[in-house]
Design a protein around this ligand. Sequence first.
Ligand SMILES: O=C(O)c1cc(C(=O)O)oc(=O)c1
Length: 304
Amino acid sequence: MTAPKTPGWLDWHADPSTPRFRLPPGTVDAHCHVFGPQAEFPFAPERKYTPCDASKEQLFALRDHLGVSRNVIVQATCHGADNSAMVDAVRASGGRARGVATVRPEVSEAELRELDAAGVRGVRFNFVRRLVDAAPHEALSTIARKIAPLGWHVVLYFEAADLPELAGFFGSLPAPLVVDHMGRPDVRKPVDDPEFGRFLRFVERNDVWVKVSCPERLSVSGPPALHGERHAYTDVVPFARRVVTEFEDRVLWGTDWPHPNLTDHMPDDGLLVDYVPRIAETPALQRKLLVDNPMRLYWPGETA
Ligand SMILES: O=C(O)c1cc(C(=O)O)oc(=O)c1
């Protein structure tokens, strides 16, 4: 028995276009997920949504179609702290994927070492209320202390408005920090609004890595990456461009495939690739964003 999808669920784009922008060789998609397949890897009882299936084979097919070389597969909240689907995908990639896991504070050193051997390099802490029940900071600190000796990092997912109350806690964590989706700025505000300024200062002070991902989720006025649109998500561009130019050595890019919980539209992933040169405008910035930075974080010592 498999659970039905959340009503209104949008499935990933079945026929993405071929990008016009040629990704540089060695490009890493540093933020993507697998869902199930549910029949093989059931979703977690505590999940807040039930998605469509999005298997490792389908992820790897998209990787090849887009011209991506490697993936970082981030544990999706619909799988809770059961990392088996993500780990199965990372193991099946032949070294071309790394993973970011969700673990509980009681996780043992042996379990962490097994995840590390499989290719996991970080844990994700999620503060987005519609996705997870709140976790006490003490429990998260315990996890951070356990993973730090492995050289892992902590991936943080939060909404911009919550940063003031979370920043002190984030700064206390004993591991490198990576922020998902630019800390989810409100793009209706100007790029030099104090709220985004606060985020940029947080990044600066704590040497934070930033994923300039998810324009499709952050955009308010679009236009969506569909039907050959050449200027998708124009309202998000100034925010991403600002982060890419200020922190060129600590920015990462990812597709966010299979795009959980979008309710408005499902982007054409080929057009999401075509968005990249609008936020990283020179070949040098593109190479750092797409290849050099993610390689340093996830495949240190290896050449692309
Ligand atoms: O793990 C998830 O469930 C998840 C959800 C969302 C979102 O709904 O915003 O974004 C993500 O990057 C990952």
